[in-house]
Design a protein around this ligand. Structure first.
Ligand SMILES: O=P(O)(O)OC[C@H]1O[C@H](O)[C@H](O)[C@@H](O)[C@@H]1O
Length: 552
């Protein structure tokens, strides 16, 4: 069926959908709503909310859920159950209930959180309830227009492509969006096939987080300003930081699906912590932390010589590795896991302490997958996992990144250094003097819709063609689309330079973007910045050139 036929079909679904579709007058936009069905990317289903097969709405959520239900039912388990959580975005609770009603209709028991909940708590809850799977309705850190649907396996890890492929196959078999069987939730509740989850699970999760504590002797002396950025972190993070002196940014404390006080609720964006930093200046706080809407990412700013300095995701990761390893006994199985686009400072620290370092493709799902593997075959032990994109996990209570545990360990770390008259900036400088100066940067270029997706493919193809000649000091180009280091094939190019600096390029799996990651290794900051500027210019001009070509 082409997009125009699908559009006609959707006009008959219900009044609200019809009205919304009739109000779209731009043919390109109609095409974008229907030219494909929303697909699973790095983080599951993710898209702009609205009417259409390529949008997040009740119908696409129900269709994905029916596919998932068929998959779970095909696994011949006796007792089948799925835990569902949702964040503070507009329509998240509605989508969670829509998913619940499809699962109940398919005979799968549902545990549904009564209140908004962080993604890592869902990851924990799947094993807590011994459930067959988990779902979180969230678009994580994406802008307010987006929502998403992350699926977790029975081990509490996000589905990796080999698992997602099965679900996708079941989803693809479903042709008709409008006739998905649903059950009445009130009836499901009385027959116990729907169970609402109260506070107990969160409390058990917080106890697990507390077990990751390294040194809380100095916690009372650290002044923290925290912002949940209108998301799910508010209560859990406060509980995890109950030993610290924490002040929460009032304007961003409560749920708001429009994220009205912040341009983008993403710790990767420099201005996400602006309000929190303003408050910290007034209160002379030592540290500012902010978590994204589903509380799996965390951003940090540190007061250093009377200025608030933002740490990058790579810096936070390296500091955490250094701090965690300062007290942990390691053995020949101890392993740090990071992704191929995460820089190597944390890895150097880990290797120095005798750890193994494992690199996965982008996405915490691959880190979760390795944790499950370690658990099964006992050949390695997970110590910590992290990504440059502000996602960290210390401990094994969850199998996804956890900004609650990260908040706790980061604050403990800052309090310990403060007792020693140091800041996190002093500490990172120490790591630089020991392991060399690392400068990292990320550039994202937005290319929306069908044209955008084509241009992203065109850019990757051009880079592949030019390979070694694109940057003169390249010593090797790793093309992950042909499968490298036994990793699954993925559309990523990594240019390794003569001095071991590198640049990686990949299309985002969650947003219409192409991402360029820079990791520069140099003797000092000035030299590193100079090198970064030069390389950056090359990539920028190529991408901007293609971006501005007029589509036919
Ligand atoms: O594919 P991208 O847009 O770069 O997103 C990458 C990120 O996506 C989601 O947030 C995953 O949970 C992260 O683990 C991953 O790092």
């Amino acid at each position: 069926m082409n997009y125009k036929e699908k559009y006609q079909q959707w006009l008959n679904f219900d009044e609200k959908t019809r009205h919304e579709l009739l109000n779209i007058h731009d043919e390109k936009e109609i095409e974008d709503c229907f030219y494909k069905d929303l697909s699973f990317g790095t983080g599951g289903l993710r898209g702009v909310m609205g009417a259409g097969s390529n949008r997040m709405n009740q119908y696409t959520v129900q269709k994905a859920t029916l596919g998932l239900a068929h998959y779970i039912n095909s696994m011949h388990e006796k007792k089948k159950s799925i835990v569902i959580a949702y964040d503070t975005r507009n329509h998240s609770k509605e989508f969670a209930e829509a998913a619940a009603s499809v699962l109940c209709a398919e005979g799968i028991k549902v545990y549904l959180f009564e209140d908004v909940m962080p993604t890592p708590v869902l990851s924990f809850a799947v094993r807590y309830f011994k459930a067959s799977a988990g779902i979180v309705i969230t678009a994580s850190h994406n802008p307010k227009e987006y929502n998403g649907y992350k699926v977790y396996n029975q081990y509490g890890g996000q589905l990796v492509p080999s698992e997602a492929d099965h679900v996708i196959r079941y989803i693809e078999k479903i042709q008709d969006f409008s006739s998905i069987p649903t059950a009445d939730l009130a009836e499901c509740e009385s027959s116990d096939s729907l169970v609402w989850i109260g506070e107990k699970v969160l409390d058990c999760f917080i106890q697990e987080v507390a077990k990751q504590s390294i040194d809380q002797n100095h916690s009372k002396n650290l002044k923290v300003v925290y912002t949940p950025l209108h998301g799910t972190g508010n209560i859990p993070v406060r509980k995890a930081l109950d030993n610290f002196s924490v002040s929460v940014v009032k304007e961003q404390e409560l749920p708001d699906g429009d994220f009205s006080t912040v341009r983008s609720p993403n710790p990767e964006e420099r201005d996400a912590l602006n309000l929190a930093i303003q408050q910290a200046k007034k209160e002379k706080a030592d540290i500012v932390i902010g978590t994204d809407p589903d509380c799996d990412r965390i951003g940090v700013a540190v007061r250093h010589e009377d200025q608030y300095i933002l740490l990058t995701g790579n810096q936070i990761g390296a500091l955490l590795v250094d701090f965690v390893l300062s007290s942990k006994e390691v053995n020949e199985k101890s392993t740090l896991i990071k992704t191929i686009v995460t820089n190597d400072l944390g890895a150097e620290v880990a290797l120095d302490h005798g750890l193994h370092v494992l690199n996965t493709l982008t996405g915490f799902k691959y880190i979760g997958e390795k944790m499950t593997e370690f658990n099964h075959n006992q050949t390695q032990e997970f110590v910590m996992g992290y990504e440059e994109s502000y996602g960290y996990l210390v401990g094994t209570h969850a199998r996804d990144k956890d900004a609650v545990v990260a908040a706790r360990v980061i604050c403990e770390m800052a309090s310990v250094y403060k007792a020693n008259k140091e800041t996190l900036i002093d500490r990172i400088e120490k790591l630089y003097s020991k392991y060399g100066f690392y400068l990292d940067a990320l550039d994202s270029f937005v290319l929306k819709g069908k044209d955008g997706a084509e241009k992203i493919q065109m850019l990757m193809a051009q880079l592949r063609e030019q390979q070694n000649s694109f940057i003169p000091s390249t010593k090797a180009v790793l093309d992950y689309s042909s499968g490298i280091d036994s990793l699954p094939k993925e559309n990523v190019l990594k240019f390794i330079l003569l001095d071991d600096s590198w640049v990686a390029v990949r299309p985002s799996g969650t947003e219409p973007k192409i991402k360029v990651y820079y990791s520069i290794k140099e003797k000092d900051k000035v030299k590193a910045q100079h090198k970064l500027d030069q390389i950056r210019e090359k990539f920028e001009s190529l991408i901007v050139g293609v971006k501005e070509t007029i589509s036919v």
